[in-house]
Design a protein around this ligand. Structure first.
Ligand code: KG4
Ligand code: ZN
Length: 342
């Protein structure tokens, strides 16, 4: 079965063609096109929604035909059309949703709406059969969630950030240090030569017995620290800040995931999202899972950020579970808490 999948929830237009036989956990990625808008938004220090929408409109048609031609597939050969419907920037989502609807309608193909967070988790489904139930940890620029999944499609959120996402915290702290947006990858690199114990920073997990996170205290603490140093004419070692910030984030994430492992007697853990490109976080989660005898799946770096392949992988299982969308499919800025199909 050939899937054509669209992702346009934020600042990447992505289109992929993926082949997967029904009923089998096998995937062949035939094409994976990503048009990043990072350069356009970098000069504003973050994503400008209107600019993102316009850039999606400009990119999506040519990118689709490139994805099809790179895959060696004609439009009429596509069996199913998948698209991210939520959460994300509404203007950006609508470009993908309406283009996908147009394609599905024109060629008479089934349409499958996909939740972006489910998509990130599904990047791991390319590993082949994964044991369920599992716990999934998703961290990106806009989301930070811990999910209890009883199957590839039945998700329950058990932990989330109550304010900023982890990627957002990396980006905001990095921006205050004068790094270029998005700052996560650069902070990852700088942290390698810093001292993780140089600054005592507040942890980012809530200590109320929940599996939730709060990043705003860390962000404010670091910004104040940099402001005070600046007023005193002191210089702060950027590598040490990056290493210390990374350390508290890794410690809090592993603290919450360890608590989940114990609470839910977890045997399988999936981690996903742009922030999982972080070398320190990958290593910390791997160490935790090794110590607890938990099987861990993290996507290769190329599938951590937003892409169409993950949307195709999620759509396959949604479709096989009976999900069908119709021409009333719409974008939604936030997720439904009950993870229903759309
Ligand atoms: O999943 P993603 O590509 O887009 C969203 O759905 O938001 O995630 C983007 C986020 C940005 O905040 C970026 O700074 C962060 O992922 N990121 C990283 C790294 N690479 C990207 N954060 C930490 N370390 C990295 N190596
Ligand atoms: Zn994402």
């Amino acid at each position: 079965m050939l899937y054509l999948a669209f992702e346009s929830s934020c600042d990447e237009t992505a289109v992929a063609v993926v082949s997967s036989p029904d009923g089998k956990d096998e995937f062949t990625v035939l094409s994976n096109e990503i048009a990043s808008q990072i350069d356009v938004h970098a000069k504003y220090g973050g994503v400008v929604p209107e600019i993102a929408s316009r850039a999606h409109i400009e990119a999506i048609s040519a990118l689709t035909y490139k994805a099809l031609s790179d895959a060696g597939v004609a439009p009429e050969q596509i069996d199913r059309v998948a698209v991210t419907t939520e959460p994300g920037l509404i203007g950006a989502l609508l470009i993908g949703v309406n283009f996908a609807k147009g394609f599905a309608y024109t060629y008479g193909k089934p349409l499958i709406g996909v939740n972006h967070i489910k998509g990130h988790v599904a990047a791991n489904y390319l590993d082949g059969k994964i044991k369920t139930p599992f716990i999934a940890f998703v961290a990106s620029g806009g989301h930070t969630s811990i999910i209890k999944a009883s199957s590839y499609t039945d998700f329950e959120t058990v932990g989330r950030t109550v304010d900023d996402a982890i990627g957002e915290a990396f980006d905001k702290i990095g921006r205050r240090m004068g790094l270029t947006y998005p700052c996560g990858a650069e902070m990852d690199r700088l942290a390698k030569s810093g001292d993780p114990g140089a600054f005592k920073l507040p942890s980012v997990h809530l200590k109320d017995g929940s599996f939730n996170f709060s990043l705003s205290g860390l962000k404010t603490h670091v910004v104040n620290l940099l402001n005070t140093a600046e007023m005193k004419g002191e210089t702060v070692n950027r590598e040490d800040i990056c290493a210390s910030v990374t350390r508290v984030i890794c410690d809090s994430v592993t603290h919450q995931l360890d608590a989940c492992i114990k609470r839910y007697k977890t045997e399988t853990m999936l981690a996903a999202g742009g922030v999982l490109a972080n070398s320190h976080l990958r290593e910390a989660i791997k160490k935790l899972c090794d110590r607890r005898g938990v099987e861990l799946h993290i996507p290769p770096l190329a599938l951590c950020g937003d892409n169409g392949v993950m949307i195709a992988a999620a759509a396959k299982y949604e479709f096989e579970a009976g999900q069908r969308s119709d021409m009333s499919l719409d974008g939604r800025p936030s997720s439904k808490d009950d993870w229903q199909s759309y």
